[in-house]
Design a binder for this molecule. Sequence first.
Ligand SMILES: *Cc1c(COP(=O)(O)O)cnc(C)c1O
Length: 371
Amino acid sequence: MNVPVNSPFISVEAKRNVAEAMDTGWISSAGKFVEEFERDFASYLGMKHGITVSNGTAALHVALLAVDIGPDDEVIVPAFTMMSTILAVLYTGAKPVFVDCELETYNIDVKQIEAHITSRTKAILPVHIYGHACEMDEILALAKQHNLHVIEDAAEAHGGEYKGKKCGTMSELSCFSFYGNKIVTTGEGGMVLTNDDALAHRCRKLKDLYHSDAKRFIHEQVGYNYRLTNVQAAIGCGEIKHIEEYIAKKQWMADFYREHLSVIPGLRLPVTKSYVKNVYWMYGVLVDPDKFGMDKDTLRARLKERGVDTRDFFYSPNVQPVLLERFGKMGDFPNTDYIAANGLYLPSGLALTEEQARYVCEQVKQLAPAA
Ligand SMILES: *Cc1c(COP(=O)(O)O)cnc(C)c1O
């Protein structure tokens, strides 16, 4: 059997919408699906404005620019995140300041944030890692106390919740990605969400060349072409209708893996806080090499031989040449180092079947030490 690490599920509605976009000739960024997708996704989250962009990285860039982050500023980011979060900060000329993650949920360790706040700090950019919400109460309290912007990177947490509030609704601006492996996909795509009219207006200008309001083709500032196409939005309009099913599927997957893998010594499964609705974007596990009898890399290779595709976790900023070149060593991140060294994620796609999930668990069990 062959189990891909991620295979998307594409709904009938998405396919039909794409055909309609093609048939009607609306294939660029003008067209009804762009507006419909912005409205549907924002209203799913209960947010006033959704501004589509070409991808999640662009969403982060636009959101940072919208609150005037630029050179001389510092932005607090988790050491454990996808590089996009960090690159978006670099695009603005600001300096990313890294805070280690906590071992339990892999999210930014809120206890360590305050020590990293300086007179230059302008924003905190928390990431809801692998679908588990960050400790937003603490983050928002710190931001208020120090007068900082908060921009949520909710790329991995569509529909996830923290104390009954959806990820991407708790800050001034939030960012989503609709890459092929995200819970709602448009192939490539992203969105910035906000309740603030002025910020929404600024995001719309930033993503579309910053045409002047008074006169098109007169440009007041540097804008970008970060537009989503109507064809991509057509996919999104079909997919958003299924978001609850998709989340249920992720939770079924997590329950299945937990039921079958929790007895294995040396394998640490994801932890979900009682007040969090975890949407398990990826099912990440930690391998303790002493107890499991082999390290993460060996386990990945052995699973690959048996047709099970897995992925590494993200790496520490301290091993990224692009960051080291500019900033040198960026601090000590022992938890990030530990999970990067020992973490892998199992096949977690929306198209994962029960037969495949069972096969994955059987292979892991066969490779595990006898209990
Ligand atoms: C996927 C992802 C992004 C970037 O999204 P793209 O659409 O691939 O640009 C940003 N942050 C996090 C945490 C992500 O997982």
